[in-house]
Write a protein that binds this ligand. Structure first.
Ligand SMILES: Nc1ncnc2c1ncn2[C@@H]1O[C@H](COP(=O)(O)OP(=O)(O)OP(=O)(O)O)[C@@H](O)[C@H]1O
Ligand SMILES: [Mg+2]
Length: 392
């Protein structure tokens, strides 16, 4: 090994040590020790779609188990698993009906650092809280989404835990081996690690030898597990490589995060051009990309900066209804949560101020709610209800 290679290898191994100690810290514990948040009775009632009184009644008459209480007799709060059990008892699960297509959402933009993984994980957890059955597939060898569930990809995840074996072995028929439960009831994760990077090259080499149908592997993997889920979220790497192409081919909806800066806007424009071209090429080869909806989402926006405000205005004019109404602002809470290998939905309370925390939660919820409506509109069993409820 030449000295530079040795230095890089050494730096890598020392970085891994630091990650391991970060993970070992209380607030960044590995997934096994992690607990999803608990919800107050008021919030629980809202999430279940029944009154607090109805829930207490069901606990009294034995339809629901009685909940844990503190020494002073207060409920400690309900877990998501308990809330989902209530939904089952009261018949308020929001699951898609058998005829409704599974939603497969790619959170894609070929530009790096625009908030793809942040949007993917917060959307996945938001939908899980709402009671949907969700699978988040980390398709990026950087494993950012995997990290947000408390794993250090290069330490905790092996290549056999990821998409990698399925993508390369045509004889494998199910992706179920890679789907793991998380500490969020109803939310499953297909983790990633560095090895997926090899898949990128291997696929490219094989595709060059006229094995183009390999771009269908991810889609086939999803088909093998989709009956268990309402929504599947794909977090791809920031490049137009074979994995990203596979993601586009597998998706039936597209969410594009864009920070309102000139550089990000420029690269999003390039993304749209490449996407357009790619769609044409894949279509010609009998592998069309079929999207039922596509939306842009302004992310990491700093409205104190006049240039960003201006660009947000331009984006609003240009994209019209394809831009979600909510803007995800640059938030210290999002940064703080990710430094703890978690999301804002997992923070017990504010890291900065209550106001910053609440504001962060408000726009995350608003953006995710917009996406939830788009998803439900694709489900005939829900669309009618949305119309009669006056949501649309
Ligand atoms: N709204 C936000 N406010 C503050 N920080 C944010 C916000 N969105 C993302 N970030 C931070 O920006 C960084 C990049 O975000 P993220 O990893 O989600 O981007 P990405 O598009 O997935 O990146 P990559 O292209 O490398 O996969 C992270 O540190 C994340 O915590
Ligand atoms: Mg990412």
């Amino acid at each position: 090994m030449d000295p530079t290679t040795e230095t890089i290898a050494d730096l890598y191994s020392r970085s891994l040590d630091i990650l391991a100690s970060l993970r070992a810290r209380g607030d960044a514990a590995g997934t096994t020790e992690r607990q999803a948040p608990r919800f107050s009775i008021t919030r629980t009632a809202e999430l279940v779609g029944r009154s607090g009184a109805a829930i207490r009644e069901a606990e009294k008459d034995g339809r629901l188990p009685t909940v844990e209480r503190t020494a002073s007799g207060r409920r400690v709060g309900y877990t998501l698993a308990e809330i989902n059990q209530m939904r089952a008892v009261f018949g308020t699960r929001p699951w898609r009906a058998p005829g409704d297509p599974v939603s497969i959402i790619a959170v894609q933009n070929f530009k790096g650092g625009v908030g793809k993984s942040t949007v993917s994980t917060h959307l996945a957890q938001y939908l899980a809280i709402k009671g949907y059955r969700v699978c988040l597939i980390d398709c990026d060898s950087q494993g950012s989404s995997t990290t947000m569930f408390g794993y250090v990809p290069d330490l905790d995840i092996t290549e056999d835990d990821t998409l990698y074996p399925f993508i390369r072995n045509a004889e494998m028929s199910s992706l179920a081996y890679a789907v793991r439960a998380t500490h969020w009831d109803g939310l499953y994760l297909v983790p990633a690690n560095l090895k997926l990077y090899s898949a990128e090259y291997e696929l490219a080499a094989r595709i060059a030898r006229a094995d183009r149908k390999l771009l269908n592997r991810l889609s086939e993997g999803i088909a093998s597990i989709e009956e268990h889920f309402d929504v599947i979220i794909l977090d791809p790497p920031p490049a137009l490589g074979t994995i990203s192409l596979s993601v586009m081919r597998a998706a039936n909806a597209l969410l594009v995060p864009i920070p309102p800066t000139v550089v990000d806007f420029t690269s999003t424009t390039t993304f749209l051009a490449m996407l357009y071209e790619t769609m044409g090429v894949l279509e010609e080869q009998g592998m069309p990309i079929n999207l039922t909806w596509m939306r842009m989402l302004a992310t990491r926006a700093d409205e104190q900066k006049s240039m960003q405000r201006e660009l947000l205005g331009v984006m609003r004019n240009l994209f019209g209804d394809t831009l979600l109404r909510t803007v995800l602002k640059d938030s210290a809470e999002i940064d703080n949560a990710s430094a703890r290998l978690m999301t804002v939905y997992e923070l017990e309370g504010p890291v900065t101020s209550r106001e910053t925390y609440q504001r962060g939660l408000t726009y995350l919820n608003a953006a995710n709610a917009e996406v939830e409506t788009l998803i439900r509109l694709t489900w005939p069993s829900h669309a009618e209800r949305l119309r009669s409820d006056g949501v649309i």
